[in-house]
Design a protein around this ligand. Structure first.
Ligand code: HT7
Ligand code: ZN
Length: 876
């Protein structure tokens, strides 16, 4: 495929006024008739042809103003339809008919049929697989949709907007008509048809309109949609209260489907979800599943304003809707749960997913300037770093300033296809500020490194911070400008209170935010009576790496006393990382690992502190992961040594005071009926974190086996099974528990995915053989993306020692899988392949094997543009 450049953007020559679609659904021969009314844009070249996009299309008829079109006036290929000699100004009508095969659509883009349900996925460029169309987000039109289908197998016929009516239609068929009054781009089109059960409710908006809410799921699974419905109503209310945004149709529908490439899709009025993010009850869903459902339901709903009412001018602007909407769903979850705990989870995720992407061959700016395959830009950089950039705008402008900017954005751009420049300008205009330096966050890739040192002058009562920023080179960007980095901070005194400097010089400091804007800055705080401990980048106000050699005692002080709970967790993390990095180095050199009393004692003190919320204590107990350690090491990584070192530190903590863990395990059992709220989840998280440590100090599977046997919810059941499988893979108790779990949930694919994931992440050399054996299980289905992600994806992404086997067998296995998946589902293949994004940071033996595996993929025949784009960037 060719490379698309942001700089080449230009408007279309034709304006699309209306779209009328008629679908005659059939599993293998669906007929799509599209009536499109266009006029030439004022000022456009009067001789320019109309060029419509297609993808694997077969055209059976083409009419111009309802008359068969002269063959000399058009060219149709599967990839495009070009029509010449069109009117200079007056509107005209094109009616194009295509035939498509939903059964054969294994890519899951466009119209497909899986499990007997017809369903569409059009973002980013799926609509062109349905009909010829100007398939780009800046073409907005009003749609009418008619659906004709077999009445028995498809009693349900859904599309965007409001229901117009329906009736019988010949023998055994019926039809339904839908009208969406809101102009929309084609990527937000949706159609669903099939036989599904429904859960219904209503929501009364702030202006008093009643909206019908419907969630469609497989028959019999209706009770499992109750939590999603609850989350939806809370999302609708929150968007009214916090952003002043009201829903704008009479009906809002969600459909859960079992075959889906991503989490969910925000089609106007008709969101389509991966059923994994809808279905839940205590027997099948973990607390994490509930939290994910809440977040994704909110995310897709929030897109109604940030994405749908205000959409993107082109796909380079993807972060305009995604970064902003992730920020909104993060804020929603923070308001629904514990803000600090939510922030810790976000930062953990950002560091473990986005930071590696930004440090490797796939690094790209939050707003890229070129792409080959847009599907490959639905990345953690666009989503999560995009959200962090939005969060920084809120940090810089304050809550009210941010609100003013958002209000102006909705007022100015409702109904528009906007750009990042439009967005930033709203914050500038609403607040009278200049955000041009800040905008570098959208354009410069790479995680900034901020190096810090401090000095205290007792005589002068002055404390100085010296800061230096460096943005590492990334593909295509070797030289970078200094950025505007907002750092929240506090100066902690020995008694835990905060110093209030009488004066500050050397940087802009507003409230508790220090604005680092130059390459190097020295900031002096006056009137400081005793040496303070700096708590820097509180709340992770800026997505940067900090290099600040703070004494272990200072970090322990922050961990125990900071008023900001997030800062306490961060200090613990900063305390643990050097110990773990050193342990990995020692293990690599075959030397004994040194442990740390301060670390163990601080961890245990926080875990045992009953004044702190349990969810926070559970987060505190989770040591930085093997991939966190790998990232800190940076290069020449040996995953086995990293694990050996980490295991030694973990064993030291586990054996330091097992009675504390035993007390936590015993004291935090949740009794009575399960509730998926944050408080209950916190108790379970703390109890299960304690169980993981106890398994190490016990050295036997008895306690975990007992926990497995007595668990009365999926959170506890899967936690116990994980401890058994990961700590005692060969124990008979483990075999028994795995078999009991399989037998109990064999008819529930979503739960079996947990069974696959738990086993695919058992560390060590045996993992690959285990994964291969599981792929032979009758419960595995390589045509289903959730199954493939749960087994193959989880193995490659989350089993560092098993996947990165020194003999390279893990990489060769992945290469074979990618080549097998690619012809059927290129998006899925490309995404799983990104698990190798940090291959260059591996030690030489492994990186040689990894390179060879990547080359084997690159040499594959008929690679999709998705996979070839990723593999070529990784090898560059
Ligand atoms: N906007 C959606 C992104 C998306 C997608 C979803 C399902 C399948 C294919 C997809 N391609 C892009 C999801 C979201 O961010 O809300
Ligand atoms: Zn989104």
């Amino acid at each position: 495929g060719r490379i698309i450049h942001l700089a080449d953007y230009r408007q279309t020559d034709f304006v699309l006024e209306r779209v009328d679609l008629t679908f005659e659904l059939d599993p293998t021969e669906t007929k799509v008739e599209a009536r499109l009314i266009f006029h030439r844009r004022e000022g456009a070249d009067p001789s320019a042809p109309l060029v419509l996009d297609g993808d694997e299309l077969v055209m059976t008829s083409l009419l111009f103003d309802q008359m068969e079109m002269d063959k000399a006036r058009y060219d149709a290929t599967p990839e495009s339809l070009t029509i010449r000699d069109l009117p200079a100004s007056e509107p005209f009508e094109i009616t194009v008919t295509t035939m498509i095969n939903p059964e054969a659509n294994t890519q899951l883009m466009g119209l497909y049929r899986a499990n007997g349900v017809y369903c569409t996925q059009c973002e980013a460029e799926g609509f062109r697989r349905i009909t010829y169309f100007p398939d780009r987000p800046d073409v907005l039109a009003v749609y009418t949709v008619n659906i004709i289908a077999d009445k028995a197998s498809c009693p349900l016929l859904l599309s965007n907007g409001n229901f117009l009516g329906g009736a019988g239609y010949g023998e055994g068929k019926h039809f339904a008509a839908w009208f969406d009054p809101h102009p929309k781009p084609s990527y937000l089109f949706a159609l669903v048809a099939g036989d599904l059960g429904v859960v219904e409710d209503t929501f009364t908006t702030m202006s008093g309109r009643e909206v019908a809410l419907k969630i469609y799921v497989e028959h019999g699974k209706e009770p499992r949609a109750a939590y999603a419905m609850d989350a939806l109503k809370r999302s609708m209310k929150w968007d009214e209260e916090v952003f002043g945004r009201e829903y704008d149709l009479d009906i809002f529908m969600i459909v859960a489907v079992s075959d889906f490439n991503m989490g969910a899709m925000e089609n106007k009025g008709l969101n389509v979800f991966n059923d994994k993010y809808v279905l839940a009850d205590p027997e099948i869903a973990t607390d994490q599943d509930y939290a994910n459902i809440e977040a994704i339901i909110a995310h897709e709903y929030f897109h109604n304003w940030t994405g749908n009412r205000v959409t993107c001018r082109d796909w380079f602007q993807l972060c305009l809707k995604e970064g902003l909407t992730v920020y909104r769903d993060h804020e929603f979850s923070a308001d629904q749960r514990s803000r600090a705990v939510k922030r810790i989870a976000e930062v953990r995720h950002l560091k473990s997913e986005q930071f590696p992407e930004d440090a490797g061959p796939l690094a790209h700016p939050v707003r890229p300037t070129k792409y080959r395959e847009i599907n490959n830009f639905y990345t953690t950089t666009v989503y999560e770093k995009g959200s962090e950039v939005t969060r920084m705008i809120a940090t810089i402008l304050g809550k009210d300033g941010f609100k003013k900017g958002m209000d102006l954005y909705f007022e100015r751009h409702d109904g528009d296809a906007a750009t990042i420049e439009d967005f930033v300008k709203c914050f500038e205009d609403a607040n009278g500020v200049d955000l041009s330096q800040f905008s570098l966050w959208y354009n410069q890739a790479g995680t900034p490194l901020v190096s810090v040192s401090s000095a205290y002058d007792q005589g002068k009562g002055e404390f100085t911070l010296s800061l230096e920023q460096m943005i590492p080179p990334t593909p295509g960007q070797s030289v970078k400008e200094p950025m505007h980095i907002p750092l929240r901070f506090g100066l902690l005194l020995t008694d835990g209170s905060e110093a209030n400097p009488t004066a500050v010089s050397g940087a802009d400091v507003t409230g508790d935010v220090l604005h680092l804007t130059e390459r190097r800055q020295t900031v002096t705080f006056s009137g400081i009576a005793s040496r303070p401990v700096v708590s820097l980048n509180r709340g992770f106000s800026a997505p940067v790496n900090l290099h600040f050699e703070q004494a272990a005692a200072d970090l322990a002080h922050i961990a125990r006393h900071d008023g900001d709970l997030f800062a306490r967790w961060q200090a613990l993390n900063d305390l643990a990382l050097p110990t773990l990095v050193d342990a990995a180095r020692k293990a690599r050199a075959g030397e004994p690992v040194e442990t740390s009393d301060v670390l163990a004692d601080t961890l245990i003190a926080i875990a045992a502190d009953e004044s702190l919320e349990p969810a926070f204590r559970a987060q505190a107990l989770a040591l930085p992961s093997e991939s966190d350690i790998a990232r800190e090491l940076g290069s020449n990584n040996d995953p086995d040594a990293i694990r050996t070192g980490r295991e030694a530190v973990l064993a030291f903590v586990a054996n330091r005071d097992p009675a504390v863990f035993a007390a936590l395990f015993a004291g935090h059992r949740t009794e009575g009926a399960f509730t998926p709220d944050a408080s209950g989840a916190g108790h379970r998280a703390l109890r299960n974190a304690a169980l993981a440590y106890l398994a190490v100090s016990d050295g036997t599977p008895a306690r975990a086996a007992e926990a497995f046997a007595s668990a009365d919810n999926m959170t506890d059941l899967s936690a116990a099974l994980t401890v058994l499988a990961h700590r005692f893979p060969d124990a008979p108790e483990t075999a028994k528990a795995l078999e009991a779990f399989r037998a109990r949930f064999a008819d529930n694919a979503l739960v079996i995915d947990k069974w696959f994931s738990i086993q695919s992440t058992i560390p060590g050399d045996g993992a690959l053989e285990r994964v291969k054996a599981l792929m032979e299980s009758p419960l595995f289905n390589k045509a289903n993306p959730n199954r493939v992600r749960a087994l193959v994806g989880t193995f490659a992404f989350s089993n560092p020692t098993g996947f990165n086997r020194a003999d390279g067998a893990g990489y060769r296995f992945l290469a074979d899988q990618i080549l097998e998946i690619d012809p059927k589902n290129p998006q899925l293949a490309a995404r799983i392949l990104t698990s190798m994004r940090s291959w260059r940071a591996l030690e030489e033996v492994r990186s040689d094997h990894a390179r060879n595996a990547l080359r084997a993929i690159a040499a594959g025949e008929k690679l999709s543009s998705d996979v070839s784009d990723i593999v070529e960037r990784m090898l560059k």
